[in-house]
Design a protein around this ligand. Structure first.
Ligand SMILES: [Zn+2]
Length: 144
């Protein structure tokens, strides 16, 4: 079965999700509770990835691209208007991440002082490695 993007009039298509990550992103975006049309496609054929997951949303939704890029930096987000792609957003790992990554170093100031926000800086884009701004502890994004 071939699914066509133009089956959506207005909305968002989240494409090139690594196979297996689709459900996680679907739930992260709260689409399991949506009252508009949404589709989660698992194990679609992909030239680039072999298999991929896709999410189609027949509505405008707010997406935090930094967080989504952190979950899977290979994702492409297509904004659909009048059955055509009007914007294509290629995600990437954000250079700075606040709060979404927690420092695991028990001696880090973010562990001892609860009011201090975790801030991680990207130090290796290829391998997905971040470093804590306070103690230099490293964090590697899973499944890179
Ligand atoms: Zn730290």
């Amino acid at each position: 079965m071939r699914l066509k993007i133009n089956s959506i009039k207005q909305g968002v298509v989240i494409d090139h999700i690594r196979a297996g990550q689709g459900t996680k992103i679907f739930n992260y975006l709260g689409l399991d509770k949506a009252d508009f049309t949404v589709a989660l496609i698992i194990n679609a054929q992909s030239k680039k990835l072999g298999k991929k997951d896709m999410i189609k949303v027949e509505n405008e939704i707010n997406i935090d691209f930094a967080i989504l890029g952190l979950i899977d930096p290979n994702i492409t987000v297509n904004i659909i208007k009048d059955e055509a792609i009007c914007e294509k957003i290629k995600l990437e790992l954000p250079t700075t991440v606040e709060e979404a990554i927690k420092c695991k170093n028990p001696r880090c100031i973010t562990s001892t002082e609860k009011h201090i926000t975790d801030i991680f800086e990207l130090v290796n884009r290829e391998k997905g490695i971040y470093s804590c701004q306070y103690c230099d502890a490293l964090y590697t994004i899973p499944n890179m």
